[in-house]
Design a protein around this ligand. Structure first.
Ligand code: NAD
Length: 251
């Protein structure tokens, strides 16, 4: 029987999730590349298999309980029991509070918090059975507050409390839970933000890089590297932590 670990990365069709799926595959895991639509995952799956790794595409909306249960069952049947979970799927619905619709609030809560809850709840039983597991949740520097993001900052702060509680509950079963809070990362998500505020993406990238201590525009791989650390065997004593990966000190 194979001892290859099985990971699920949500929102892995593109951006940070795609880079993370590829990184975990190159670390030796079989990876379920999960996103809203299985077809959209194909590029990530192809990149992994081309590099000699093992991956499948899975379509599911992480905020839908039935779809999450189906997706985790599919992964278990096709790859094996998932013991590594990266809750990365995310959306923005930015607006100032007085203009923010209830739908925009609920959508953001649904994908980030409900989604991470459903995925973690569904996967934890496989981790507990195995006596080993790794959960990595994507928070954000916006958890510290950000204009126009009452919904997103509340969700990303919520991810931190959720992570710490999972760490406390699941530690005795060999399962760690940690959060990564990225600053600016160059992806389609931040491209959409630049478009929304009417700034050319290149100017936006430069301004974000200038605002860091290291004068670098963060790339998806910068986050994938941090996920790889938390998911590793060697990180067994690291749990309930929030790692800001933002090119500058954050608090
Ligand atoms: P992205 O928009 O490029 O990718 C997000 C992916 O999530 C998309 O492929 C999308 O289809 C998928 N997704 C959305 N809703 C989903 C759902 N209900 N079910 C399944 N999949 C769904 O975003 P990104 O920049 O790669 O961000 C990834 C994560 O990192 C998000 O949680 C985001 O909030 C967080 N983050 C990003 C940045 C940044 O600067 N890019 C900074 C901090 C945190």
């Amino acid at each position: 029987m194979s001892t290859q670990k099985v990971a699920i990365v949500t929102g892995a069709a593109r951006g940070i999730g795609a880079a993370t799926a590829q990184r975990l595959a190159s670390d030796g895991m079989a990876v379920a590349v999960l996103d809203l639509n299985a077809d959209s995952c194909q590029d990530t799956v192809d990149a992994i298999t081309k590099a000699g790794g093992s991956a499948i595409a899975v379509g599911a909306d992480v905020s839908d309980e039935a779809q999450v249960i189906d997706a985790v069952d599919t992964v278990t049947d096709k790859l094996g029991a998932p013991t590594v979970l990266v809750n990365n799927a995310g959306v923005l619905r930015d607006n100032l509070l007085f203009k923010m619709s209830v739908d925009d609030w609920d959508t953001v809560m649904g994908v980030h918090l409900r989604g991470a809850f459903l995925m973690s709840k569904t996967c934890q039983r496989h981790m507990v059975d195995a006596g080993w597991g790794r959960i990595v949740n994507l928070s954000s520097t916006s958890a510290l507050g950000n204009r126009g993001q009452a919904n997103y900052s509340a969700a990303k702060a919520g991810m931190q409390g959720f992570t710490k509680t999972l760490a406390i509950e699941l530690g005795r079963f060999g399962v760690t839970a940690n959060a990564i809070a990225p600053g600016f990362i160059q992806t389609d998500m931040t491209k959409a933000t630049a478009e929304r505020i009417g700034v050319p993406f290149d100017d936006f990238i430069k301004a974000c890089a200038d605002d860091t201590a290291v004068k670098i525009a963060g790339q998806p791989e910068d986050i994938a590297n941090a996920v790889s650390f938390f998911a590793a065997e060697a990180a067994r004593y690291v749990t309930g932590q929030v790692l800001y990966v933002a090119g500058k000190p954050m608090n």
